[in-house]
Design a binder for this molecule. Sequence first.
Ligand code: NAD
Length: 376
Amino acid sequence: MLKFAVIGIGRMGFRHAYNLYRHNIAGAKLVAVCDISQEARDKAKKFKGVGIYEDYKEMLEKEKLDGVVIATPHYSHPEIAKYTIEHGVHTLIEKPVAVTTKAAKELIECAERCPDVKVGVSFNQRTNRMYKYAKKLIESGDLGEVQRVNFTATHWYRSQAYYDQGGWRATYVGEGGGCLINQCVHQIDALINIVGLPESIISTMHTKDRKINVENEATALLKYKDFDCIFTASTHEIKGTNCLEIACDKGKLVIGKYIMKVYKHKSQKEVNATTTFGYGATPSFKSYKTYGFITGLKDLVIGQQARSIRAFVKEINGTGKQLATLQDGLNTMEIINGIYLSSWTLSEVTLPIDDELYESKLETKRMAEINKSKEE
Ligand SMILES: NC(=O)c1ccc[n+]([C@@H]2O[C@H](COP(=O)([O-])OP(=O)(O)OC[C@H]3O[C@@H](n4cnc5c(N)ncnc54)[C@H](O)[C@@H]3O)[C@@H](O)[C@H]2O)c1
């Protein structure tokens, strides 16, 4: 039985700790938790027989740990992860892996120096069966070349009350961005997992109807070698949309919140080369497939967090694959930092982004935020 600890037992970390404590993760159990907040530590007293610490370094010294889950605010992920990795503890990091590509790369270098330690990122939405099916379908080539992609991720509604909870959320100082780095990092990961990284990015961002310094809306043109993708994110729409549409030469797939539709038809290119019809010459559907309704939140949402740790435990035991690697985490940062950089500099940004330029631009945003709060 692997001995696990959770570092940061706020909203997310508490859930991870609970899953481990309740033996919801086969092959692993909770032996310790750590949080700098007294309130969080008091709450953790319900985990009977589990060590409770304020300092993760002390926890690592006193407990014989096989693995940790890091669920602290984003900026601290690389620093804590480097420490646990260097101390030989398998490390699962909550998304986002870091706030900047530079920090993510330094973490990867650290992990490469410790090849016996497993390190993963908790992109729990990779357990969504529709995304898994889409990846398989696109990679199989069954639908032909990708022609166009649209990803609308405007379903993460957050009111002013959410932001008024204060703390690190929705600030450059506390989390390094807004809806992209916090909520839509999941959809950005899903996109990359299915169609890979773009070559360059052009974007705009807005803050609508909320008193926050970071974006709650972003629209990006992600330019791939052979197609374009429009990625739209927002957290201010009541009736938001979560929809990925991938149009290909021989078909198309549309993934909504609970349904995936797959259309298959003859190659448009082949039909176009010979057809004599000018209008309505759409190649007749060879087949039409609906992957099926996936009903109820339970299937897609409840249990994703536990599945993420289960996959990580399998990776450690050599019986399966974890959901996402550090490189996957870095890839999402390339797009997120790239969207921010394009919007801040009003220019097209080529990937991989300029890490140092990004660090300096983010620092300017952080300083502006600090100065603004002093004036208020
Ligand atoms: N995968 C998901 O679906 C998902 C969902 C929610 C949050 N998250 C991620 O989990 C992380 C935490 O989010 P949250 O909503 O739980 O935040 P939170 O503020 O509720 O909890 C964070 C906790 O970390 C503690 N903490 C801060 N620094 C610490 C340190 N150095 N050592 C120990 N404890 C420390 C805080 O006191 C707090 O209790 C974020 O990175 C977030 O993106 C992931």
